[in-house]
Design a protein around this ligand. Structure first.
Ligand code: NAP
Ligand code: F7E
Length: 327
C-alpha cells in the first residue's frame, strides 16, 4: 500500500485529493495546523479513513518529525496562505508560509528520505501580468501580488532542489479551480453563494470588485488527478493544468444569476473595497503538455461547474435557515 502525506488537508484541494488517493488504495496522512476550533468541515466524511497529524509550514521540526513518522512515498504540498487580497495585508506571513514553507518541506524530505516524491502547488498567479496568451510552462513569470511572488519562489526552489539534489520534485502550475468546497471569499463561491441567498430571500445584493478580470476556471475534482499523475511519471517535470477557456467575472455572474432566473444588474453593486492594488487581467492556460504526457483532460466545463456550485449552495443555505428557524 502506497503512503501519501498531504499538507493543507483541511482546504478545498486537500479534501478532494484525499478522497482521490483513498480511492486509489493509498494510506493517506493529512497535516493540519492546530486551531482553537476544529475546521475539518471539508473532510468530516473521511476523517476515520485518514491519519490526521498536527504540523505547521512555519515550524521546521514539526514537518521533519511528521515525515519521519509517516515515511510517505509521496508528499503533496498544498498548504499555503492562498487568498490573494490577504497577501497585501499580510505579506510577510504569506512569504513565510507560501514561499519559505516550500523550502522547509523540501529540506525535511532531503534529510529524512530523498527518495520521497514531492508535488508543489504552483499557480497561474505566477504569470500575473501575462507575457503571452495562452500561458504555458515556458511563459515568463510576472507576479502581481505578494502571493504570486511567494509562489514564484516556491516554484523555483522546487525546480532547484530537483536539479541540485536529484529529488523527484514536480510543480503543477494550476489555473483557478473551484467547487462547492471553495472558500466563500473566492469569486466563484462568493457569487454562487450570494446568488443562492438572494434567490432564497436571505440576501439582497452582491458587492463586487473588478468585473472585467478574466480567468480560466476548472473543477477542483478534475485537477487533483493531474497532481497524482505528475508523481506517477518516470521523470519529474512541471505542467500547466487548465481548461484552455477564459471567462470574465461578469460572464460568471451572468451565468450564475441566469441559472437562477434572476436579473444580475438589479443586485450587483461595485464596491472599491474589492478592487486590488494590482490586478491580473487575463489568464488562460495551454495544458497541451499535460494532455500529451499525462493523458490528463478536464471533464467539467464552467457552465456545469456553476450549476454544481449553485445547487450545492441552495441546499446549504436552506439547511442553515432551517436550523436557525428551529432555534
Ligand atoms: P485553501 O482552501 O485555502 O487551503 C489551504 C490549506 O493550507 C488549508 O488547509 C490551510 O489550513 C493550510 N495552511 C495554511 N497555512 C498553513 C500553515 N502555516 N501550516 C500548515 N497548513 C497551512 O487552498 P486550495 O484552494 O485548496 O489550494 C491548495 C493549494 O493550491 C494552495 O497552495 C494554493 O495556493 C494552490 N493553488 C490553488 C489554486 C486554486 O484555484 N484553488 C490554483 C493554483 C494553486 P487551515 O484550514 O488551517 O487554514
Ligand atoms: O479572484 C476578481 C478578482 O479571489 C478572481 C486563488 O485560489 O486562484 C485564486 O486566485 C478574480 C480576480 O481568485 C471580486 O479581482 C472581482 O481578478 O477568486 P479570486 P484569484 O485571485 O484568481 C489562483 C490560481 C490561486 O492560486 C489563488 O490561490 O475575481 N474579483 N470581484 C473578485 N474576487 C474576489 N475574491 N472577490 C470579489 O468581490
Amino acid at each position: 500500500m502506497k503512503k501519501a502525506l498531504v499538507t493543507g488537508i483541511t482546504g478545498q484541494d486537500g479534501s478532494y485529493l484525499a478522497e482521490f488517493l483513498l480511492d486509489k488504495g493509498y494510506d493517506v496522512w493529512g497535516m493540519h495546523r492546530r486551531t482553537s476550533t476544529m475546521n475539518f468541515d471539508r473532510i468530516t466524511h473521511i476523517t476515520d479513513k485518514i491519519h490526521l497529524v498536527q504540523g505547521d509550514l512555519l515550524d521546521q521540526n514539526s514537518i521533519q518529525n511528521l515525515i519521519r513518522e509517516a515515511q510517505p512515498d509521496e508528499v503533496y504540498n498544498l498548504a499555503a496562505q492562498s487568498f490573494v487580497p490577504t497577501s497585501w495585508n499580510q505579506p510577510l506571513l504569506t512569504g513565510e508560509i507560501t514561499a519559505l514553507g516550500v523550502t522547509r518541506m523540501l529540506e525535511a524530505i532531503r534529510s529524512v528520505n530523498p527518495r520521497i516524491k514531492f508535488y508543489q502547488a504552483s499557480t497561474s498567479e505566477m504569470f500575473g501580468k501575462a507575457r503571452e496568451v495562452p500561458q504555458r510552462e515556458t511563459t515568463p513569470f510576472y507576479p502581481r501580488s505578494p502571493y504570486g511572488a511567494s509562489k514564484v519562489y516556491g516554484h523555483w526552489i522546487t525546480v532547484n532542489y530537483r536539479e541540485s539534489y536529484g529529488l523527484f520534485a514536480c510543480s503543477g502550475i494550476l489555473f483557478n479551480h473551484e467547487s462547492p468546497r471553495r472558500g466563500l471569499e473566492f469569486v466563484t463561491r462568493k457569487v454562487t453563494n450570494t446568488a443562492a441567498r438572494i434567490k432564497l430571500g436571505i440576501a439582497n445584493e452582491l458587492r463586487m470588485g473588478n468585473l472585467d478580470a478574466k480567468r480560466d476556471w476548472g473543477y477542483a475534482g478534475d485537477y487533483v488527478e493531474a497532481m497524482w499523475l505528475m508523481l506517477q511519471q518516470n521523470e519529474p517535470d512541471d505542467y500547466v493544468i487548465a481548461t484552455g477557456e477564459t471567462h470574465s467575472v461578469r460572464e460568471l455572474i451572468e451565468l450564475t444569476f441566469g441559472y437562477l432566473d434572476l436579473d444580475w444588474q438589479k443586485y450587483v453593486k461595485i464596491d472599491t473595497r474589492y478592487v486590488r492594488p494590482a490586478e491580473v487581467d487575463l489568464l488562460v492556460g495551454d495544458a497541451s503538455k499535460a494532455h500529451r504526457k499525462l493523458g490528463w483532460k478536464p471533464k467539467v466545463a464552467l457552465k456545469e461547474l456553476v450549476k454544481m456550485m449553485v445547487e450545492s449552495d441552495l441546499q446549504l443555505e436552506k439547511e442553515l435557515s432551517g436550523r436557525k428557524n428551529k432555534r
